[in-house]
Design a protein around this ligand. Structure first.
Ligand SMILES: Nc1nc2c(ncn2[C@@H]2O[C@H](COP(=O)(O)OP(=O)(O)O)[C@@H](O)[C@H]2O)c(=O)[nH]1
Ligand SMILES: [Mg+2]
Ligand SMILES: [Zn+2]
Length: 316
């Protein structure tokens, strides 16, 4: 049978079939992944093949095959083993909640998030929340930022999780897809999810409670079906949106507006910093690239090696 992993607690995986039946499954044998050294062979979001365990009178199963992943997000283990833990896979889109103040979300943070999403190959959407609280100047700032990011190709929506403004737009973007929500603490993630699906709030609170009690310390992500043909992956206890290791040369590939110009740079390995005849720097001078975007890029590139990894942006 084919199913999808909704939850993993240690060696057990909750797998749901297309017909909506759930089975607790274990893994048979070893799963070797070609490209990554991972601490967990199977992650929330994975499509798997499994067989029902005939010896057990309970409805349990054995997973014997994992389908190729469309994408996945990871966190690195804190020790030096260089192992990665796959947080979740097959994610259609991630919404970044942005607030201008209370708390402030800086463009450097937005851009690091977007670089990570590009590297993961996950569609990113920016939600400017709390617009009900903004004065005209702050709304102008929202409009400016939305303009900058729309030019690049990112969808931007001004919302209020409290008044419900544009929540219908968010819901329609979620239809038929697997979504994640991220952003600084206090930007309104829980409030938004609650506005989208009130019953979900209870469920996510339940898993955080379990987590705090230390019963399922390896339970991090969980997928939920919503009432309108949408799925959410919740990642309590995980900061940020995972990490990506990247080479200095590839960072500009994850700035889509830089990537488009790359072929016009004189040097094909141009880092767009000090090289002559650089199309990116020309575009910056002509205001075709936002100064804040270039600043974020330089920040990432000029950092020490740790900065190439995108985990030094903190969520809290
Ligand atoms: N005025 C206003 N307050 C909001 C909005 N969204 C969230 N909040 C408030 O911001 C605070 C933090 O929200 P919360 O959902 O807990 O943020 P989280 O940490 O991202 O989950 C709470 O006091 C919410 O009531 C909004 O759209 N407008
Ligand atoms: Mg919250
Ligand atoms: Zn260049």
């Amino acid at each position: 049978m084919t199913g999808r992993v909704y939850k993993s607690t240690g060696s057990w995986y909750t797998v749901k079939t297309e017909l909506g039946q759930t089975y607790e499954c274990r893994i048979k044998g070893k799963f070797r992944l070609k490209d990554i050294k991972s601490t967990n062979p199977i992650a929330v979001g994975d499509f798997v093949e499994f067989e029902l365990d005939t010896k057990s009178d309970q409805e349990t199963g054995v997973i014997n095959k994992i389908h190729d992943r469309q994408n996945y997000i990871v966190r690195k283990s804190v020790n030096l083993s260089k192992q990665t833990h796959i947080i979740a896979s097959n994610i259609d889109q991630v919404f970044l909640l942005v607030t201008i103040d209370n708390p402030p979300t800086f463009t450097s943070f937005i851009d690091r998030f977007l670089v990570t999403a590009e590297a993961y190959d996950i569609k990113a959407i920016l939600l400017f929340n709390k617009i009900d609280t903004y004065d005209n100047d702050t709304l102008d700032e929202v409009r400016y930022l939305a303009h900058v990011y729309r030019q690049i190709g990112y969808e931007c929506i001004g919302i209020s999780a409290i008044t419900g403004k544009n929540i219908d737009k968010v819901k329609s973007l979620m239809e038929g897809k697997v979504s994640m929500f991220t952003g600084h603490s206090g930007v309104g993630k829980s409030t938004l999810v609650n506005a989208i699906e009130p019953s979900l709030d209870l469920k996510t609170k339940e898993i955080s409670m379990q987590h705090m009690q230390g019963q399922h310390t390896t339970t991090f992500a969980e997928m939920f079906d919503l009432s309108f043909d949408a799925k959410i992956i919740d990642t309590p206890g995980i900061k940020g949106f995972g990490v990506v290791d990247m080479e200095k040369e590839e960072i500009s590939d994850y700035f889509p507006e830089f990537f488009k110009l790359k072929q016009d740079c004189k040097f094909n390995n141009c880092l767009h910093i000090e090289e002559p005849k650089c199309a990116v720097k020309e575009a910056l001078e002509n205001d075709e690239i936002a100064a804040s975007r270039y600043r974020s890029y330089v920040q990432i590139i000029e950092g020490d090696e740790e900065h190439y990894r995108t985990d030094n942006w903190n969520q809290e």
